[in-house]
Write a protein that binds this ligand. Structure first.
Ligand code: PLP
Length: 403
């Protein structure tokens, strides 16, 4: 398959020290069977048998793990590459060629950090982000002393689509930019980016990585299209990030996924801590990615979308001082703009309501009024039916009291 752009050269994007890196190797990389006395584990097994029972909130299933008793082998280090979990990810994301195209991190937050660390030389290189967007890209850049170029999404019409021309111009025009970070569906926008805009960036002369963060991809309405993960064979500069934290309801296990060329995944594996993802997380993820697990995930995302589209959005729109619901609503949250009596977006009102709800009503949403194009906005996660009813009733009471 021809790759695009044909001049793409990963070695020009990676930091010289990463190209030279001699990765940590353990004996288990070569031999994993027999009497294992190579890794200074405790051959006597776990010192106690822990039973972890999670009667989860919401409508989810219970999680039950019996450590030590059921073959989890917690006295052993985990598979450094989480191969069986990766195999199941291939079934979930058609078009991803092999498990060698999949990187596992401690949440996608670790994937973000690893991508910056293998590509950007501190004090020299930059990433490009498209505000309003997920806050960790900027935080990770700051921690790594990496610059941030900002090209805002198109905010005027509240659609939050990509200004592809401006992104390409800024990225191509600044050779220090190593990564363009796109978020689709966006946070806090909920907008799935148009495929043709993402393709334009991928097909441009930009020679760095284009990361598409798809944390919320499973909430996208089918007619708007699915994941970009299947394009990694075509575009060696493309990285697609996903997570078990959202649609799978497993934020607590901290498992994030980076799908990319096998060459890039190889360098990420070389640079990561050898056993970054725990046996417990891998074990839960394996179950969640089974046929049964995927079926349940799809049922939950459908119920959630029904709550979002059939209850939360229409009810919010009916409230006094709710000016608009912004963005594409393709995620498990809605972005709700509060307006004053003149119909103007009001941060004062949104901040006041947010604080009152959190401090006096025990209901925590997110104030996002300071993000580009989000003046007066609260971001409200879609909860259970009872939680959604509570947030609507609380907002109704608070907003009705405002002149
Ligand atoms: C767009 C986006 N990417 C990544 C993350 C982080 O996900 P994880 O829990 O996998 O670290 C979040 C979390 O809210 C997010 O909104």
């Amino acid at each position: 398959m021809p790759v695009s752009p044909s001049s793409f050269d990963l070695k020009r994007i990676l930091r010289p020290n990463i190209l030279r890196l001699e990765p940590y190797r353990c004996a288990r990389d070569d031999y994993s069977e027999g009497i294992l006395l190579d890794a200074n584990e405790n051959s006597y097994g776990p010192a106690f048998k822990a039973e972890i029972r999670g009667a989860s909130g919401g409508s989810g299933a219970d999680v039950q793990i019996s450590a030590g008793a059921d073959g989890l082998d917690l006295h052993r280090y985990p598979d450094p590459l989480g191969r069986d979990v990766k195999q199941r990810i291939l079934a979930l994301r058609p078009g991803v060629p092999s498990i060698d195209n999949v990187f596992l991190g401690v949440g996608s937050d670790e994937v973000i950090d690893m991508l910056v660390r293998v590509t950007c030389t501190p004090g020299k290189d930059k990433i490009l982000i498209t505000p309003p967007t997920y806050g960790m890209y900027k935080v990770v850049a700051s921690v790594n002393d990496v610059g941030v170029v900002k090209v805002p999404l198109i905010v005027d019409d509240g659609s939050f689509q990509l200004d592809a021309g401006a992104v390409i111009e800024a990225a191509v025009g600044d050779p220090a930019v190593k990564i363009v970070w796109l978020c689709s569906p966006g946070n806090p926008t909920g907008t799935r980016l148009r495929a043709e805009d993402v393709r334009r960036v991928l097909d441009s002369r930009f020679a760095g990585l284009v990361v598409v963060d798809e944390a919320y991809v499973d909430f996208v309405r089918a007619e708007r299209g699915g994941s970009f993960a299947g394009l990694v064979a075509e575009y060696p500069g493309l990285v697609v990030m996903q997570t078990m934290s959202k649609s799978f309801g497993l934020a607590g296990i901290r498992l994030g996924v980076g799908i990319a060329s096998s060459e890039l995944v190889g360098y990420l594996n070389n640079a990561k801590a050898p056993y970054n993802v725990s046996t417990l997380s891998l074990s839960v993820a394996r179950e969640a990615l089974s046929d049964d697990g995927l079926h349940k995930m799809r049922q939950v995302t459908q119920s959630l979308a029904a709550q979002r589209d059939g209850y939360l959005i229409p009810e919010l729109k009916r409230l006094a001082h709710v000016g608009a619901i912004l963005g594409g609503n393709d995620a498990n949250f809605v972005l709700c703009r509060l307006v004053d009596s003149e119909g103007r977006a009001s941060n004062e009102l949104a901040k006041g309501v947010y604080t009152e709800m959190a401090e006096k009503r025990g209901l925590v949403v997110r104030f996002r009024g300071l993000d580009a194009g989000c003046e007066g906005c609260l971001r409200i996660t879609v909860g259970t039916a009872a939680e959604n009813a509570a947030v609507v009733a609380t907002l109704r009471a608070l907003l009705a009291a405002i002149p």
